[in-house]
Design a protein around this ligand. Structure first.
Ligand SMILES: Cc1cc2nc3c(=O)[nH]c(=O)nc-3n(C[C@H](O)[C@H](O)[C@H](O)COP(=O)(O)O)c2cc1C
Length: 178
């Protein structure tokens, strides 16, 4: 399926990042698939961005370290972001409410995974796939929040760990031709 996608320049990607990430949501997929090993996981994320840093296109995502996806993200150089059409909303909700630590999620959805030409795992059903090479990883620092009293009860109560920021170069941008 991935073969049917076409490679475009990030500048030509539509819609904008606020819509893609904040409204459409994305699946962050990390790990490997293959004959010997099939150790990958995918999770829904709606926080992040697409931009330009160190003179290259980048994506950045915020992942709590207690997600099953986190150690897989840390173990590999690269990961993918898959953006799916609206008909997969329930599957995205499923992947954002269930953890891969309890067993593979995809068989319980209508989605399947595929390998990108460079060997990363992405969603077959996506209309946009970004291949991302990690460049900067940092746990967010409570001291650096200027509005901690506002943010913490909402997002970091009850021992919920601070997010880890991953900034990655977008090495490939794939879209499904319309
Ligand atoms: C709409 C939506 C957006 C989410 N965005 C994020 C996010 O940006 N970062 C994050 O760490 N978790 C986010 N989550 C929560 C994870 O997707 C959820 O904890 C998931 O079960 C983690 O899966 P895993 O344990 O298999 O990695 C979101 C969940 C939903 C439903």
């Amino acid at each position: 399926m991935m073969m049917k996608m076409k490679n475009i320049a990030l500048e030509d990607l539509q819609p904008n990042a606020a819509k893609l990430i904040g409204q459409q949501w994305m699946l962050i997929t990390a790990g490997k698939m293959g004959a010997e090993t099939e150790d990958f996981n995918t999770m829904t994320a709606s926080w992040g961005g697409i931009g330009f840093l160190w003179n290259r296109p980048v994506a950045y995502v915020f992942v709590r370290p207690n997600r099953h996806t986190a150690p897989l993200l840390d173990a590999e150089d690269s990961f993918t972001l898959s953006f799916l059409p609206e008909q997969y909303r329930a599957d995205l909700m499923f992947c954002g409410r269930h953890s891969g630590s309890a067993g593979a999620k995809l068989p319980q959805t209508s989605m399947t995974a595929c390998e990108t030409p460079s060997g990363l795992v992405a969603m077959n059903d996506a209309d946009v796939v970004l291949e991302c090479r990690k460049m900067y990883v940092q746990e967010m620092d409570q001291q650096a929040y200027l509005d901690w009293s506002e943010v913490s009860p909402r997002y970091y109560a009850e021992g919920n760990p601070l997010h880890v920021l991953y900034i990655a170069e977008i090495s490939q941008c794939w879209v499904r031709p319309s």
